[in-house]
Design a protein around this ligand. Structure first.
Ligand code: SF4
Length: 283
């Protein structure tokens, strides 16, 4: 034992000193929502045909075309942007909405004889915030709101209701040394009885319906429910079918929707911040 001690003292400190301050995280650099130049859009059909999820869709009736972009279904794949120069992919990922309807953007066009757009009749309106703030700014805001609303930390129970685990990879990322969500007072817990918030992923497979209902019932009020990812928001590419119910709000009430496939940790943090603002009579 004395030999080991002697060796250790002789070797001294061999590790490097850790950083004295938390490194600032870069702004969101992952792929975000598609942005359409609605005013100059000549023809929606190529982009609609390229969209594999039905997030971008159009209906022609009586010489009028209604085009709808549903961010709750969009996987941010970028195929629409490849097919049409009027669409470009952005880095905007702070897209959380409190109502499912707010994830939909609709525009109307008068059509020419060849089916191209002659005139934009109804410009799209979106209530979504397209700003991108730094993760540290988001986290500080989150901590302030937590202190004000809960007077303590926030406890989250994650529920995988049939996801592909893409969203789980990003949620685990929140706890990694890079994002270190615990420094903002947010902890993941094993039991819904200890949770303030349910973070639910997946299109809700029929096998998970009962488990999700029971988990919701076991979470003490006032509980928050966050639907995560395109699947959680709308059923995603699975939709509603023999095996899946088509989104979290088909089973339990949802407070906020975080689109993306999967939403990155930055988007998740923004969604959690938005959800806390929904607690009654506070914030
Ligand atoms: S990014 Fe992909 S899923 Fe989203 S609208 Fe474009 S083609 Fe559809």
């Amino acid at each position: 034992m004395f030999d080991i001690l002697r060796k250790s003292l002789a070797a001294g400190i061999v590790t490097e000193a850790g950083p004295t301050a938390t490194p600032g995280l870069a702004r969101c650099v992952g792929r975000g929502r598609p942005e359409i130049d609605f005013a100059n859009w000549k023809d929606a059909r190529p982009a609609v045909a390229a969209c594999p999820t039905g997030a971008l869709a159009c209906v022609d009736r009586g010489g009028i075309r209604t085009v709808r972009l549903d961010l709750g279904k969009c996987t941010f794949c970028g195929l629409c942007a490849e097919a049409d120069a009027s669409v470009r992919m952005t880095h905007a990922c702070e897209l959380t909405a409190m109502r499912r309807e707010d994830l939909k953007v609709t525009a109307k066009y008068e059509l020419g004889p060849d089916g191209t757009h002659r005139k934009l009749l109804a410009p799209p309106r979106s209530t979504l915030d397209s700003q991108v703030s730094s993760l540290d700014a988001l986290g500080t805001k989150l901590k302030e709101r937590l202190d004000k609303v809960l007077g303590r930390s926030l406890h989250i129970r994650e529920v995988d209701a049939g996801s592909c685990n893409g969203c789980e990879v990003e949620i685990v990322g929140l706890n990694s040394p890079v994002y270190d969500i615990e420094r903002f007072g947010i902890h993941f817990v094993a039991s819904p009885r200890h949770a303030d918030m349910l973070l639910v992923t997946g299109p809700v497979s029929r096998n998970m319906e009962l488990a999700l209902r029971k988990t919701y019932d076991a979470t003490p009020a006032p509980r928050l429910v966050v639907a995560v990812g395109a699947c959680g928001c709308s059923g995603g590419i699975f939709g509603a079918n023999y095996a899946s119910l088509g989104g979290v709000d088909k089973v339990i009430p949802v407070d906020v929707y975080i689109p993306g496939c999967p939403p990155n940790p930055h988007a998740l943090l923004h969604g959690i911040l938005t959800a806390i603002g929904r607690l009654p009579g506070k914030a």
